[in-house]
Structures are given as structure tokens and as C-alpha cells.
Design a protein around this ligand. Sequence first.
Ligand code: SF4
Ligand code: SF4
Length: 433
Amino acid sequence: MIVKGKNYRYGIHVPDNKSLSKDKEIEVFPSPKMVYVSLTQHIGAPAQAVVNVGDKVKKGMLIGKETGFVSANVYSPISGEVKSIERITNGLQQNQEYVVIENDNLNEEEFLSPLTTFSKEEIVARIREAGIVGLGGAGFPTAVKFSPKEPIDTLIINGAECEPYLTCDYRLMLERADDIYKGIKYIKIALGVSNVIVGIEKNKPDVIEKFGKLFPDLKIVALKKQYPMGSEKHLIYCTTGRKVPVGKLPMDVSVCVANIKTVIACLEAVEDNKPLTEIVLTVSGNGIVEPKNLLVPLGTSFSEIIEFCGGLTEKAEKIIAGGPMMGKTLINLNHFARKTDSGITVLTKDETDIANPTNCINCAKCASNCPMRLMPMYIEAFALAGDFESAEKYGAMNCLECGSCAYNCPAKRSLVQSINYAKSKIRELKTNG
Ligand code: SF4
Ligand code: SF4
């Protein structure tokens, strides 16, 4: 059944620029010579290495063990030899521990043992064991999400993919619709729900039609193309009419949201016993010679991925991990594919607004489009003045980091950067008392 989604008043309209890669089928990236696998690819405590330098590993073997309730296992994406376990500062200036593995080209695999009962408990335990985290970018361990404290009555599958340039979810919905349906079946058991909604933005009419025809038992909600439709709170409102109160979670309105890639990872873990070792991402932007959608082993170097796409064009200016709205600009290409990556976007000078910020002119454009009804100009001012208590009072912690405010700011203020800074300081102050 296909129905129309509700509208929400705020948010922005950005060109989606998906035509560069939307017709490119997902290609399998050739197994890389080396992988650099971070032990911090999720929210929560880093995993702890369980291999030593010189150990032989097969694809699918545990190399990092979760270290707490909110943590996730990490598996080897290739077969080979562990060359080092070292701290590396990646292209986002994050200093993390990595397991570096050299490929032996034997392509040996060792997956998890098969399930026996396929019960709710066994499925949730398998999702945890497989190291699956929210693959839409959040990185929150999925098994924790699938063990809610409050009863859930509705599962929402997030097929919005509202971030410009990115088309990996679109391709998966076109190419692996049956697998998504099978994955949903297991998540329904894990959550104990029968009501499933799939939210898809209207700029993917072929997917909406396909899902509507193939899966009449699912409710397909055609959503208005509006940024950030893929944010959980907006998706929940537009598909169910339920409002998640500020500071609350989807489970507080009896809903659980799962991303398209997460659904497929759950299916592969449950049916094929495959832990999470690879991701699908989009490499796009006018700074890339040949945009593609790729299935890539975790830990593959971004330079190799870009090389595989023909390299950078002469006009390439800015390389972003993710899309241009919510992605993060890379300082260098010493960066390696992680579970939460959805894309690499390379923009040209013409597409990049690199004008220096000027003083705020109090036009309130940033506030008028903020989907969370915040006042970004004040939060930025408090952050810059070091007044983090006031930044928190003005709702800094509710910011989605969607970038709608900065996109609209005529003074080109780095609003998201400042709000992010305020958020990290607020967290730090709370941790240190
Ligand atoms: S303040 Fe946060 S939620 Fe609001 S528009 Fe800016 S980035 Fe998005
Ligand atoms: S949009 Fe920019 S210039 Fe206008 S109020 Fe917000 S921060 Fe100031």
C-alpha cells in the first residue's frame, strides 16, 4: 500500500544532485592490498584488539571485541596477516587505534556459526555478535536499539536518503529489494512488531512503485522531498504523525527506525552468518572523474577508492566523508572506510562556498529554517564566548547537525562547527563534573 506522508513546516530545499551516480549499479571494489580497520567505528567504548602482530586472519574473523553494553565487535574484512596495531590520526583528525592487515589474496573466510531457533533472543544476540551498528551514520549499536526499554509497536525503515549526492540506499532499494524485505522479517521478530512502514522520498518514484507492487503488506509512505527528511524525528512525524518530544527517543513514541543498509546487514548476519565487514557507499561530486556506487571492505583507504573512480578532476576542491550537508570535510586522505560511511563527495570550487565569514546581521534566516526550532545564531555566539551553560539552555544538544542553518546564512557563519564545539564542551563538562 502506498500512501502520502505528512508534511512538516521547517527544513530546506536543496538540489539533490543525485543524477551523477543514481544510475550506476553497485560495483564490488577489488580486495585491497592493505586495510586499516578502526576499532572505533561506533558510538560508545572502542573495541579491544584480540589479535597480535603476525597473526593470520581470515575474512570474517573477530579482530576487535566489544568492551561494554554500548560498543561493537570488529571483524577482519580480508584474509591476510596483521602487520600492526597502532594509533593513527585520520583525515578527520581523530586519533584512533587501527588494526592494519596485509592481504594474502587467499580470500579465505570464516563466518559465524549458524543460528538454530531464529528466536527473538537469538536474532538480537546475532546482530550484536556481528558488530552491526546504525549504518545511516549514527553508529549506535543496533542490538541495543533492538532491545528497547519501552514496548515498540511500529518499525520504520528509513529509505529517505535526503542527503544530496548520495545514492547508495537508492541503489540498494532497487537492486536488493527482496533482501530488504527478508531483513525486515527478522527485525520484526527481534522487536516483536507486525506494523512496518517504509518511508521513501518522492524523488525515488521507481523505488516507491517497486516496493508498492512487490510488498503489498508493507505501508510505503511517499515523503515530500525536503531536507532533512531522513532525520529520525522528522521521518517518524511524517510517516506516523507521532511527535518525539525534545530530549526523548523514538522508543518513547513506540517506534524503532532502521536504515536500509542496517536491514541488509541484519539479514546477512542472521541468514548467511556474515559479520559486518563491508559497506556500500557513493563516490560522487563534480570533483570525481567517474562517480560510482561501491561495495567496499571496511578499512579500505579513501585514496584507493577515489583512484578506482578515475581520480580527482582538475577542479576538485573539497573532499567530504559523507554528503555535503551532514558530512565532514577531510583534512587529508589518510582516511579509511568505516561502518558509518555512506559516501565520499568531492566538490569543485564552483560548488564550494569558501567565502570568509562576516559578522552576523541578525537576519534570523538560520532560525527560520531550523527543523528543530533552535536559534543557531545565539548558540554560536554563546559557544564563541565560552558560555556553554547558555548554549545548552538554548538547546545545543538537540541540534541534528543537519547544516540547514549554515546553508541559509548570508554571512557564511560556521554555525554547525560552533554548535558541535559547544556540544563537545557540554559533554566534557558533564563527564568531568
Ligand atoms: S541548529 Fe542544528 S538542527 Fe538547526 S539547522 Fe542548524 S544544524 Fe540543523
Ligand atoms: S543566518 Fe547568519 S547572519 Fe542571519 S542571523 Fe543566522 S547567523 Fe546571523
